[in-house]
Design a protein around this ligand. Sequence first.
Ligand code: ZN
Ligand code: FE
Length: 255
Amino acid sequence: MSIIIEQFLIGNDNYAVLLHDEATGKTASIDAMEAALIASVLRANKWQLTDILVTHKHIDHVGGIEGLKAQFGCTVHGPVKAAQEIGNLDVLLNEGSQVTFGNYVIDVWETPGHCADHISFVFKSENIAFVGDTLFPLGCGRIFDSTAEYLYTSLQRFSALPDEMQLYCGHEYTIGNLEFALSLEPGNKALQKRELIIRELVSQNRTTVPTTVRQEKETNPFLRLDSKEILKNIDMDGAEPVKVFTEIRSRKNKF
Ligand code: ZN
Ligand code: FE
């Protein structure tokens, strides 16, 4: 008996993830962009949706909550900081909250930076984390109503998780992120290797998510703020990591 994870795309690049606990029959959706496709995957698996875990208020993560709640009467857990904007939240979460899922416990981290209310779900016993739009393979989220300093701190927390932990995120943005990473650190051998793997996966229409903490530490420029090659390329030798991060994030916006 264990946890089954089903990940699928909605539209071009939005990931939906369902978690199913075989022992108790509980099923959770991480975010809910829209109800119809999620409901059809639930039906195909004969799963009853019991919970929705919301990472943040953006419409591509919450648009399906109302419809799913109406169909399944599920419990919706989400960030207290966006309770009003999201609506329909039954359980309000903040730093240190824990979500009980079947016989498991999932930790809640406040991970602002993409937006002020963003939270992540760290499922330690299963060695997986759901990081929403905070971190992507080879990249990180854009900054909306928050700051680069907050995003930097949130990413640093992820990089301190165990190397083998698997990170699930909200979007398939990997090819764009890969090209940006290569522009900053073309000599990174691990990145060169990863490029081949990613191009192969994408050519077969396969997903590049989840990633792992180790892989991101080795190749994601937003976690490589002390890379000599990156520092040289952006002419910031000796600069503080948070300043380097801020510069890289703003370069990505123009890339
Ligand atoms: Zn978002
Ligand atoms: Fe998103």
